[in-house]
Design a protein around this ligand. Structure first.
Ligand code: HEC
Length: 130
């Protein structure tokens, strides 16, 4: 076997693996706030009569909620509401969905997480959602 070639191949493989398994992105809470208010809150006030505010949960509760990915009393996934498919379906009537149409789903979820963490009951700046 040609040693030089196989070392290059191994290094190449390691780089690709590291790249795809590490998600190095810091949530942008300001972008998360725009999306939360315009997409999440718009529906909450329309359908539940209550704007579900970030300050209704602690940071730990939000982290667990987002990880569990169970929305509306566990009936559905929360992630579907940050999906490109969902943004596309409402972009005609929703400015935030239209503006962030090309943002990767995982980034948008991190942004929302950053916003609700920032605005949590025990966060840096407890926030209502309107
Ligand atoms: C299309 C409408 C709609 C959208 C969009 C939506 N929600 Fe909801 N959400 C609901 C409804 C309806 C409930 C209440 C369900 C119930 O009480 O049975 C709810 C409940 C919740 C709750 C309370 C706990 C629970 O799951 O029952 C949280 C927290 C929540 N939503 C977060 C979010 C976040 C974050 C987003 C945006 C990424 C979002 N929702 C987008 C309709 C929506």
């Amino acid at each position: 076997m040609n040693t030089k070639v196989s070392i290059t191949a191994i290094l190449g493989f390691l780089c690709v693996t590291t790249y795809t398994t590490t998600f190095a992105y810091d949530g942008d809470w300001k972008r998360g706030r725009v999306y939360y208010r315009q997409v999440c809150t718009t529906c909450h006030t329309a359908k539940t009569d209550t704007a579900i505010s970030p300050s209704s949960k602690t940071k730990a509760e939000w982290a667990a909620y987002i990880t569990a990915d169970k929305h509306a009393k566990g009936k559905e996934s929360l992630k579907q509401y940050v999906s490109k498919q969902y943004r596309t379906s409402i972009k005609g009537s929703n400015k935030a969905a239209e503006k962030y149409i090309d943002v990767p789903e995982q980034e948008l979820l991190e942004d929302i997480k950053a916003f609700v963490t920032h605005g949590a009951k025990d966060g840096d700046s407890p926030a209502s959602c309107s």
